[in-house]
Design a protein around this ligand. Structure first.
Ligand SMILES: NC(=O)c1ccc[n+]([C@@H]2O[C@H](COP(=O)([O-])OP(=O)(O)OC[C@H]3O[C@@H](n4cnc5c(N)ncnc54)[C@H](OP(=O)(O)O)[C@@H]3O)[C@@H](O)[C@H]2O)c1
Length: 179
């Protein structure tokens, strides 16, 4: 199963503006359209509880949404069988469960804590990163403040508007990771 981590970031690596969780307030329309398409084509989507709580996610028969939380019981009322699930499994346990079920792709949509957990366990194959030509100074980075040493290889780069928003894709060179 191929695992893809997707983020939109500023040039200084921020995925939130000054701590405001609403990404669509600053991401370009081109990125929002791109993200919507990627989302629509993804059967299996994984996110952290903070990212889940930052937006409204409607259940859909087209997607299996996996929300990672250490307190799944508090979300019992929001669970929709085969559509929205809350789990305290580790990234490796989630990966193994859906890999064994025959899923071909898993989209990890953040946030930074979940991204870092997957990266640390070497479970990300590709990073799909949109770079918005902006600098915020403060706000969350797309990984948390831990020591990582991950090498990637650029496989796609497309300028999608006049201002210079770049949609990029990288493969993670897993044998280069040292933790
Ligand atoms: N720009 C972008 O592309 C983008 C994408 C996604 C998110 N975001 C932004 O990022 C922010 C949220 O990011 P975040 O890093 O604070 O939160 P997050 O990664 O969405 O969720 C973290 C939470 O997930 C739960 N959790 C369960 N298992 C975990 C594990 N193995 N490792 C870490 N956490 C685990 C914990 O909450 P419990 O208390 O439930 O256990 C933890 O506090 C939001 O503001 C969102 O808007 C931006």
């Amino acid at each position: 199963m191929k695992t893809i981590l997707i983020f939109v970031s500023t040039l200084d690596g921020k995925v939130t503006k000054w701590g405001n969780p609403h990404v669509k307030l600053w991401s370009s329309h081109q990125d929002q359209d791109y993200y919507k398409n990627v989302w629509n084509e993804s059967r299996l989507i994984v996110m952290g509880s903070t990212t889940f709580n930052a937006e409204t996610f409607n259940p859909s028969t087209h997607h299996q949404l996996i929300v990672m939380t250490r307190q799944p019981d508090t979300y019992k009322g929001l669970q929709v069988p085969n559509q929205i699930e809350f789990t305290n499994e580790s990234p490796a346990e989630i990966f193994t469960r859906f890999n064994n079920k025959g899923y071909e792709q898993m989209l990890v949509v953040g946030g930074p804590h979940i991204a870092t957990s997957f990266l640390k366990e070497q479970l990300i194959d590709e990073l799909w990163l949109t770079l918005e030509p902006k600098i915020f100074g403060t706000g969350g980075n797309f990984v948390t403040d831990v020591n990582l040493d991950i090498n990637l290889h650029l496989i796609h780069c497309e300028k999608v508007n006049e201002q210079g928003t770049l949609i990029t894709k990288y493969t993670v060179l897993k044998n280069k990771i040292k933790l």
